[in-house]
Design a protein around this ligand. Sequence first.
Ligand SMILES: C[S@@+](CC[C@H](N)C(=O)[O-])C[C@H]1O[C@@H](n2cnc3c(N)ncnc32)[C@H](O)[C@@H]1O
Length: 137
Amino acid sequence: MTDNQTDLIERFSAKYQHGQTELCQEIELNVFGCVYGATSWTNRVEADNVAKKFGLRPDTRLLDVGAGTGWPSIYWAEQTGCKSVCIDLPQEGLQVLRARAEKDGVSNNVITACANGAALPFGHGGFDAVFHSDVFC
Ligand SMILES: C[S@@+](CC[C@H](N)C(=O)[O-])C[C@H]1O[C@@H](n2cnc3c(N)ncnc32)[C@H](O)[C@@H]1O
């Protein structure tokens, strides 16, 4: 693992813990219109627009790179029935993601993997759409 990846994991692991506090959740609700522990700037209206542009539906296979705590893949799974593979490097976010997917009844739609978006461990043609929000930051 590179120093950059180690830094990234430390930085986002802390963010994903803070994101579970009452204060952060209240801020997120007021700014985004929903609470998923998000660390991007993708709000609910934008997520709805992306879902429409992608044409998400139950047979859509989506790859969410840098999925964090699962926003907006969990929301899309619940709204459209689509299936997502959510990858990220910090385990903290993926643990929150799995718990939320279970709570929302979409754990069969949302699979997580600890994987590097710069070296995807998937073959060609496995997904209908690829999404990321604020991953290049
Ligand atoms: C700003 S957060 C966005 C998280 C989530 N998509 C959201 O909208 O709340 C960016 C995420 O990208 C992840 N990330 C950055 N570089 C990555 C890489 N090379 N492979 C996988 N994940 C990466 C970070 O760990 C972080 O969880």
